[in-house]
Write a protein that binds this ligand. Structure first.
Ligand code: FMN
Length: 161
């Protein structure tokens, strides 16, 4: 079973989770990087939120890993405006993952990820979703619970045939 994690992270929380999930495993990691970076200042909610609402698909830098060769794909995103991030939308629009097993991971500032996962599942169509996990950020302030959820994600990966 070949596994990869694709993630987007603006401020490092989802990055930290992606690295923890992959640590000590043979899985690959691929960061999704929009060619035009989102701001990290006070404008981030306005600009990021609008792009979610208008379903924008920002151009991404070339992927370091193509999804074709993998059986299991972890998609990790921050929750933005109760949904998933534009970079993940671009990735899902560009790649057909219908024959893959998928684990969904979200980080949020405390909000529920239900709507985010529902929207991702609608975009994924026929992929087999084998797990959904949400982690509260800032991850550094919630180390124990973040690590416990990472353990659950790794168990979920281990249970996939
Ligand atoms: C544009 C934008 C919209 C956000 N919307 C939500 C939201 O609806 N619910 C929530 O709980 N957190 C929201 N957040 C907070 C992020 O989901 C949270 O801080 C996340 O862990 C950030 O991940 P990152 O550090 O990998 O970028 C939002 C953050 C941004 C920048």
């Amino acid at each position: 079973m070949r596994a990869v994690i694709y993630y987007y992270s603006l401020e490092g929380n989802t990055l930290s989770i992606a690295e923890r999930i992959a640590e000590g495993t043979s899985m690959d990691v691929c960061r999704l990087v929009p060619q035009k970076a989102y701001p990290t200042n006070g404008l981030k909610h306005l600009i990021g939120g609008m792009d979610v609402i208008f379903k924008k698909c920002p151009k991404l830098n070339a992927l370091t890993k193509r999804p074709e060769g993998y059986d299991l794909i972890i998609l990790a995103t921050p929750v933005w405006a109760s949904s998933y991030t534009p970079a993940i939308r671009s990735f899902l629009v560009d790649h057909n993952l219908s024959n893959k097993k998928i684990i969904l991971v979200a980080t949020s500032a405390g909000g529920d990820a239900g709507k985010c996962f529902k929207a991702m599942k609608e975009s994924l169509g026929e992929s087999e979703i084998v797990g959904e996990f949400v982690i509260k950020s800032p991850v550094a302030d919630n180390e124990k619970s973040a690590n416990a959820t990472v353990d659950l994600i790794r168990k979920c990966m281990g249970a996939v045939n």
